[in-house]
Design a protein around this ligand. Sequence first.
Ligand code: HEM
Ligand code: HEM
Length: 205
Amino acid sequence: MKNQIYVWDYMVRFFHWTLVLMFTIAYLTGEELDLVHAYAGYYIIGLIGFRIIWGLVGTKYARFSQFITGRRAVIHYLRGLVSSQDTHEEKQYIGHNPAGGWMVIALLVSILATGYSGLKVYGLEGNGPLAVSSAEYSQTPLPSLIKVSDNDDEEADEEFWEEIHEFLANFTVFLVFLHIGGVLLSSRKHHQNLIKSMITGYKKS
Ligand code: HEM
Ligand code: HEM
């Protein structure tokens, strides 16, 4: 296509929109523990695992080395973004801009941490790959009096991980809002339709 440059390969686009779908499903099904929630969560962990590998061996603009920059580049970019001058730095940054690049990393880490904490909660309920049976809480075969406190430990642990899981899920949502805000702001600033680019793979050159 004339004046168009192919930036986001099929894998990145598939990853992005499937992640949006699965994250929405996981977030909305979190309140009632149900298989849909667990499977959406597994799917998300798989997607992030794939994206990490693709960030190391994937196409040019998908690689972490292409979009992870130093602090100075991030500050310079953000200053340009909020200044009233009309910049066309998108030409310099065909893939993710420096701020966007770090946002990608923050999102991947936060989603992965959310997934892990979900696996812990699920495990403490006796389900999934991190399942712990109540018996594992009794380290010594002592009378039932001790076992009562073991159960208390288990409940306290479950509550602890539930809090962490809820916090991380909401923190990820906070990052998503910043992410969408950043996408809209830089689209306007650089006269690019970044949302369309994430659908078609092409950006204006
Ligand atoms: C990575 C994406 C995930 C998101 C966005 C997410 C989101 C949520 C949310 C919002 C809640 C409700 C918290 C509350 O208000 O109490 C929740 C609960 C829960 N999630 Fe996840 N979750 C994810 C992954 C997982 C995974 C991978 C598992 C395990 C397979 C999991 C297991 C659970 C469990 C066991 C609960 C507690 C349900 C209950 O007993 O109330 N989650 N999750
Ligand atoms: C419907 C709302 C959303 C829109 C319109 C949107 C749009 C975009 C766009 C345009 C990009 C490319 C940015 C660039 O050109 O530098 C992008 C990248 C990304 N977005 Fe979103 N996004 C949305 C929701 C989400 C959600 C919910 C998540 C995570 C839960 C997410 C995670 C990511 C990640 C990880 C990338 C990096 C893609 C990669 O390099 O593989 N986005 N998004």
